[in-house]
Unconditional design. Structure first.
Length: 581
């Protein structure tokens, strides 16, 4: 089993398998049978092959432990999460080759499409195609990129609105008005995003490819996006004239807002997984974690959240960027964090420089000393020539005009290169303005002439977040007793699985059919399951025609039409092989 990074464990929970109802399992079975049947000719071959290789069962919702075993064959694993999780967490799990799986399952009324992540979407949509080497490399890459993408306050508001929508939409007590209001709120929050953050750009690219991508010829593309592969309705809807097909490009995907409240109206068609990988790298090369410089610090500042920026000396600073001092050219020459801050090198926290020590923030200059001296490049002799020796009082003047004056308390090096100098009795000034005062205590100065990267989160997450980590609380409630309808579903499943059609079991199925007719006139799924048996067993032939007539009548209801017709297609595609003589 893949190890979950410590700082991500609070988002991981358990799969309460005994809480799935017989109707839940029937919903899973319906979708999986559709996948094996309807997607054989419309899905990318990587999905079709992966569906067989993954060993994911059709009859019952899989146990995530079993999925872990399957995914371990390709060096991946699975983690159970509570519904929607923050994008940064989702992407970091993918970057670590861990597929996040929401173990809830959609309601029968939302079987064609739901914005809520569920086990159908994760296990039936995402997992099978990961068995393709090129595709899973792309997913891991875009996960790594997403984990390093800066988000803004507006993105977090969209996430919260979407999370609330998924809760409302999957709650059987929600009214049509409540669902409509939640959908409208999501759209309002999405429309409020004017300046696209890095996180939104990655999210849109992920949406247009991993979730809703098509591949191949523009006139006859194949599905590889999990949102389409796991949606009974949308996997067919996407090939209708209602959906516009556009050639893939990173720019086009990023310019296209996500549609989360309804089926897609336009999809992007790419040529290959290789093209996807090139697109991901193209986007990554525009982001702060690769660009560095003042631009990256500004993104960290605008994020208003914990971020890390790294100097070219290898030392990095983790905290909330609070302020930047810039020169006349707009280049950052001094950076301040606020609140708990930690210093690290090579993604490991420096001893004595954790957030408890730098509890009120951290400030340091950026740039070269006068004479264009890069302090991080100075060897021992060069440091002596500059009087940078423990115990010495020095007056360091930077090209920017920043002056650091104080007695050197200690010097920390990495690979013989200085990365941090600590001063006593120190003042830091710029044009007569004090950036640091003596009375504030020891001044720790990170050494580095430029910022090479910046990204959200901590350089050493296990150390930085260790004190605030809390394991997700697991409330173990006993499974509710089955309703009458759920018991009917259970009886049909048991007879089908045992494949023993005795006089007694045939009578049970007759009774179930009568009960459906009397008490559950709108239940189309259990009627399909009964018809499946009746169409393949001569001993149940007498049920076939009346059930078909009831289903034909129910199919006149618009929301049932496709579901019933799709179910009938699967049943009668198999009767030639399965009919009992």
């Amino acid at each position: 089993m893949k190890m979950i990074p410590t700082h991500l464990k609070p988002f991981v929970t358990e799969q309460h398998y005994d809480r799935y109802t017989p109707i839940d399992h029937a919903v899973w079975r319906y979708v999986m049978r559709q996948n094996h049947h309807a997607l054989l000719h419309t899905a990318h071959s990587a999905f079709v092959d992966g569906l067989l290789q993954s060993g994911i069962q059709t009859e019952k919702i899989p146990r995530v432990s079993e999925m872990n075993t399957c995914l371990s064959k390709i060096g991946w694993g699975a983690a159970i999460v509570n519904g929607l999780i923050p994008g940064s967490v989702f992407y970091e799990l993918l970057a670590n080759r861990i597929l996040p799986i929401a173990t809830e399952i959609r309601k029968l009324t939302n079987i064609e499409y739901t914005p809520a992540p569920d086990i159908i979407h994760e296990a039936a949509g995402h997992a099978p195609i990961l068995f393709d080497r090129e595709y899973r490399a792309y997913v891991q890459t875009i996960g790594s990129i997403g984990a390093k993408a800066f988000s803004m306050k507006e993105n977090r508001e969209v996430f919260e609105a979407l999370r609330q929508l998924t809760i409302i939409k999957e709650d059987p007590k929600s009214t049509v008005e409540e669902i409509a209001a939640a959908q409208k709120f999501v759209e309002e929050k999405q429309n409020a995003i004017i300046d696209l953050s890095e996180a939104e750009k990655v999210s849109r690219l992920f949406w247009a490819t991993v979730e809703y991508g098509l591949m191949g010829d523009m006139d006859n593309p194949k599905i590889y996006g999990a949102g389409l592969l796991s949606s009974v309705g949308e996997s067919k809807h996407c090939f209708t004239e209602a959906v516009v097909k556009l050639p893939y490009s990173v720019e086009a995907c990023i310019a296209s807002p996500k549609t989360v409240t309804e089926m897609q109206t336009k999809l992007f068609v790419c040529n290959s997984f290789e093209e996807l990988m090139a697109g991901a790298e193209f986007l990554a090369n525009t982001m702060a974690f690769r660009v560095g410089g003042t631009e990256s610090l500004e993104k960290a500042l605008r994020s208003r959240n914990v971020a890390t920026f790294e100097f070219n000396s290898s030392i990095s600073v983790t905290g909330i960027v609070h302020a930047l001092v810039k020169d006349k050219n707009g280049e950052a020459i001094y950076v301040n964090t606020t609140g708990e801050t930690a210093l690290s090198v090579h993604n490991q926290q420096l001893k004595g420089h954790g957030k408890d020590y730098h509890a009120k923030g951290f400030g340091t200059p950026i740039g070269m000393l006068q004479g264009n001296i890069a302090l991080e490049a100075c060897d021992d002799q060069a440091l002596v020539n500059l009087s940078i020796v423990e115990g010495n009082f020095v007056d360091l003047l930077f090209v920017s005009g920043i002056r650091v004056s104080g007695r050197i308390k200690s010097i920390i090096k990495d690979n013989q290169k200085v990365i941090l100098i600590s001063f006593e009795d120190c003042t830091v000034t710029l044009d007569g303005h004090e950036l640091f005062k003596k009375e504030w205590g020891t001044y720790d100065m990170a050494v580095g002439s430029r910022i090479v990267c910046a990204y959200p989160g901590a350089a050493d997450p296990a150390s930085y977040f260790s004190e605030t980590l809390q394991q997700a609380e697991t409330i173990k409630e006993p499974p509710a007793s089955l309703t009458e309808l759920e018991m009917l579903y259970q009886q049909v499943a048991t007879i089908r699985e045992n494949n023993t059609f005795t006089n007694e079991s045939i009578q049970v199925l007759n009774d179930i059919n009568n009960q459906l007719h009397l008490s559950y006139p709108n239940d189309w799924l259990l009627r399909l399951e009964l018809l499946e048996l009746a169409a393949s067993k001569l001993s149940l032939k007498h049920l076939e025609l009346p059930i078909k007539e009831e289903l034909n009548e129910l199919s006149k209801v618009a929301s049932f039409t496709n579901l019933i017709n799709n179910g009938l297609s699967v049943i009668y595609a198999q009767t030639g092989e399965d009919r009992d003589e």
